[in-house]
Design a protein around this ligand. Structure first.
Ligand code: GLP
Length: 241
């Protein structure tokens, strides 16, 4: 595991975006696993800027988002579909037919999970999976549990997770109770994982995830088993290492 700690957000953002653009420049058909939440927003802004300067093209890339809320229309402002439009897809030349996000409104969520896994299978291995980290150690929406699922599945969100995401909704009770998430098996199959964490409120979970015991009670700790993980931290998030 390669852990890099940055003094400034700007340096961290440039490093994160640099890794992604470097990959897509050398392999324009790269398969990218993408994340939502507050953490990647400024990295996406850097990617948009690199695209604006014609340093990178996403025209041939394929993308898979980690997760989506169940029961939110994709045009709802807090859906992850809207998030991706607002922060990345609305400004770069990625082909919409190759930008995949689970459909949280599917009439059969089970079928939607199978459809998503089939698309992942068809695309082959994810070249780079971008991840944020939940306060409870979740990756994607894989919440701590006594057992974790490998493939895409529906998950009940923990109250702590719903509270952390309430800032994206008008009222806390509007945060959906369930989500569809890529499983940890799929995440760990990625060739490379880029974990980004910011802020002192994540310092403790960063230490548990990167240096604590490997346990499904801290899903991010499973990343310790992966051969190619790069971790980008600001100095606050890295404060307990
Ligand atoms: C969210 C997302 C995760 C994200 C994490 C941290 O709920 N499902 O993919 O990494 O929680 O979010 P944030 O970056 O806003 O702290």
């Amino acid at each position: 595991m390669n852990i890099l700690t940055f003094r400034s957000q700007e340096e961290l953002n440039k490093a994160g975006a640099g890794i992604i653009t470097g990959l897509v420049q050398t392999n324009p058909r790269a398969v990218l696993g993408l994340a939502t939440g507050g953490t990647p927003v400024d990295i996406y802004e850097e990617l948009v800027e690199a695209h604006r300067q014609q340093l990178v093209s996403f025209a041939k890339a394929t993308t898979f988002n980690l997760d989506e809320y169940v029961g939110l229309d994709r045009n709802h402002p807090a859906s992850y579909y809207s998030f991706m439009q607002e922060h990345l897809f609305g400004y770069v030349n990625a082909a919409p037919e190759r930008c995949h996000i689970p459909d949280g409104m599917a009439s059969s969520l089970e079928e939607e999970c199978r459809r998503y896994d089939a698309l992942l299978e068809q695309a082959g291995q994810i070249d780079l999976q971008l991840l944020g980290l939940g306060h409870n150690g979740h990756i994607g929406f894989n919440e701590p549990d006594h057992a974790l699922r490998s493939g895409t599945h529906v998950v009940k969100l923990q109250e702590q997770t719903r509270e952390a995401n309430a800032r994206f909704f008008d009222k806390p009770e509007q945060v959906p109770t369930h989500a569809i998430t890529m499983g940890v098996g799929t995440i760990l199959k990625a060739k490379m994982i880029l974990l980004v964490v910011r802020g002192s409120d994540k310092a403790e979970i960063v230490a548990r995830a990167l240096q604590g015991p490997i346990t499904t009670e801290c899903p991010a700790s499973l990343l310790q088993t992966h051969p190619h993980v790069v971790v980008l931290l600001d100095s606050e998030a890295g404060g307990r290492l």
